[in-house]
Design a protein. Structure first.
Length: 662
């Protein structure tokens, strides 16, 4: 474009005046990164020279409140456009607006509505249950604009390899899968979810997601302009396909913190419909103590996470009410019903009775903390059918009977339940407040959307594996799974991490599906599930309502890598020679984006402008053919692909995708 050529020419002339050696290679190639780095530092000499040039000043300054502003980001965006890309969608990934090339509408009549469709597979673990330093992550992910046709191919069902079944006898290769098998998949979770659609569409009862929280601690290392939009696009892509897997009466639970909760709520309202919003559960996830209190004078400290809950469209959903043990005595229970000498029921003071039994001192009153008295607890548990409180509600027939029999306690079998009343007032027994919690019958409180009783602080070694970064407690997943599923229902967690969801599902006799892309799936996640099968006794195993003794099985399989392998090789390369070896292999196998002009790319690659190993890695990652990260199942019978797959894996794929009508 003419305007771009003039500006670039003027920039080069200006930079030469400052000092050619600083911003140009010996071959006269502009060191764009060097210019960008100095602009980021607001280098005085550079910015003064640029602003003194009339053409640059005209195109890259604006006035706000009569103050002239140098549009540094606009200038940098122009410099970042790589000339080796041909017809590239990625040139539109810096801003949303009407543009042609990387210029505004007034630079050309060739207009493009620039709203990128990003896949947003990001550089970080796809779960917070990740290594502390995200730079140690074993897979490099991508944040790019990809053409619609490429996205369709990217999300085609993929070939599964290395299929193994784990049970009490160890692991063995398998050739088929049944509808009752538990399943673990290693690979990118977006792509894996699309590979599950044919087999599991509308079959999942519960989806639990614990995605990266976008805490700006390295999980999503992008310019703040794109921080929220990148994360939300990342989530939207996964939520949209996850919903296809959910039963009509299924529920999705997504755990999140305050940084993205409001944004995620709007996204879920859009994806599921605001009418399908169920609740926002607040879970106490930490205590405010120690170093966490250092900012107490500057802000209100946070000690909870949120779980957003949505249904999938069914008018009525089935919730299994959950309860938590009462920690204090309900002082409304102040009466004791007993039979007198005439074998008639009479009302007595619970306080007087406790004094008679020396549980309460004379002159004392019954207070909430009396529940801490073990002797009182024993008495209350043994006499729960005789300890009562007054309540407001009363069936009409019981009320009429009690009024007719003035000053007498009457009873009535109301719909199979014995009720008591005196002078029109109903009396409810303490036993009606007892519920089975973790296998024990205790006074209980119906649980709402505030959960403060789950210990997040001592989960590091649950399941017999050490995983210190944000591992979720088994007690949390037990409550969620019990809340909305029954035995045999399918539970999905595609941010699997250390396999807490899968471990709990197995112990509760639910079927599960898990997806994890990090290599620790084979050093932490799978070993944890093997321990569960062997009868591991951590977490919820010893709860009286679980009494886990081991058993069960699961299938493990991997998305068959293609270009995905290049990402690992690039990440692990320690010098330029290794990178060039990877590049040559990519070029030989035609695994480079077809829009890249290789001659121009290699010229820049070898020019020395990209001065650091990290810069070189980023460029190679950009040009990988992203729609070929894994092998498509549709190509499984191609001769070149079939030769790469074992006979057992070939048969397993045919079994897995049998519903595709082949």
């Amino acid at each position: 474009m003419v305007v771009e050529s003039k500006i670039l020419e003027q920039i080069k002339l200006t930079l030469i005046k400052i000092g050619g050696g600083k911003y140009f290679t010996v071959d006269g190639v502009l060191k764009r990164n060097a210019v960008i780095n100095d602009l980021d530092r607001y280098d005085k000499d550079l910015m003064t020279a640029l602003l003194n040039d009339e053409l640059i000043h005209k195109n890259f300054t604006t006035k706000i409140a009569d103050i002239e502003i140098f549009e540094v980001n606009k200038f940098i965006d122009m410099l970042r456009y790589k000339e080796y890309w041909a017809n590239s969608f990625t040139k539109f990934n810096n801003k949303i607006g009407l543009a042609v090339g990387d210029k505004y509408i007034d630079d050309s009549s060739d207009v493009v509505l620039n709203f990128p469709y990003k896949d947003c597979v990001l550089k970080a673990g796809m779960t917070k249950e990740d290594v502390e330093d995200s730079d140690d992550a074993n897979e490099l992910f991508l944040n790019e604009t990809i053409a619609k046709s490429e996205i369709d191919e990217l999300l085609e069902p993929k070939i599964l390899v290395n299929a193994l079944k784990y049970d009490e006898d160890g692991s063995k290769k398998i050739e088929n899968i049944t509808d009752k098998d538990n399943l673990i998949i290693k690979g990118n979770n977006l792509i894996a979810l699309y590979s599950l659609v044919d087999r599991y569409a509308s079959k999942i009862k519960l989806i639990y997601l614990d995605p990266p929280f976008n805490t700006k601690n390295g999980d999503f290392p992008y310019n703040d302009r794109f921080n929220h939009s990148t994360w939300l696009t990342f989530m939207k892509n996964r939520i949209d396909v996850a919903r296809k897997l959910l039963k009509e009466d299924g529920l999705i639970f997504i755990e999140i913190d305050h940084l993205e909760e409001a944004y995620l709520k709007v996204l879920l309202d859009m994806s599921f419909g605001i009418q399908n919003y169920v609740a926002t559960i607040s879970v106490k996830s930490n205590s405010i103590s120690g170093s966490k209190t250092s900012h107490k004078g500057k802000t209100i400290l946070k000690n909870y996470d949120s779980i957003l809950v949505y249904k999938n469209g069914a008018e009525n959903i089935k919730i299994n009410p959950q309860y938590t043990p009462k920690e204090k005595w309900d002082t409304h229970y102040s009466f004791y019903l007993r039979k007198n000498s005439k074998n008639e029921l009479e009302k007595a003071s619970l306080k007087d009775l406790l004094i008679e039994k020396n549980i309460l001192e004379r002159g004392e009153s019954i207070k909430a903390n009396i529940w801490d008295n073990k002797e009182f607890q024993k008495f209350a548990n043994e006499n729960k059918d005789n300890i009562f409180r007054e309540v407001n509600s009363i069936p009409d027939d019981l009320k009429e009977k009690s009024i007719e029999n003035k000053d007498q306690i009457v009873s009535l079998n109301h719909k199979g339940k014995i009720m008591y009343a005196l002078n029109g007032t109903r009396y409810s027994p303490l036993s009606s407040s007892y519920k089975n919690i973790n296998g024990e019958s205790v006074p209980a409180q119906l649980l709402g959307d505030l959960w403060t009783d789950i210990d997040y602080q001592n989960t590091q070694n649950q399941g017999g594996v050490s995983f210190t970064n944000a591992k979720k407690p088994e007690q949390l997943l037990k409550r969620i799974i019990n809340l909305c599923t029954n035995e045999g229902d399918i539970v999905l967690d595609c941010f699997m991490g250390s396999a807490t969801t899968q471990a709990v599902a197995l112990k509760l006799n639910r079927q599960f599906i898990g997806v994890e892309q990090m290599d620790y799936i084979n050093t932490i996640s799978v070993p944890r599930l093997q321990k569960v099968i062997e009868g591991e006794q951590g977490g919820i195993s010893k709860n009286k309502d679980v009494k886990w003794q081991g058993g069960g099985s699961f299938i493990y399989a991997e998305l068959m890598e293609k270009s995905q392998g290049y990402l690992k090789d690039i990440k692990e390369a320690t010098d330029v020679d290794e990178l060039m070896t990877v590049y040559n292999r990519m070029k030989a196998n035609s695994d480079i984006n077809f829009r890249v002009d290789l001659d121009k790319f290699e010229k820049e690659f070898q020019s020395g402008e990209l001065t650091t190993l990290d810069d070189l890695k980023k460029e190679l990652i950009l040009i990988i053919d992203k729609n070929q990260l894994y092998y498509n199942y549709s190509n499984i019978d191609d001769e070149t692909v079939r030769s790469l797959i074992s006979d057992s894996d070939y048969k397993f794929n045919k079994s897995f995708y049998a519903t595709r009508g082949e």
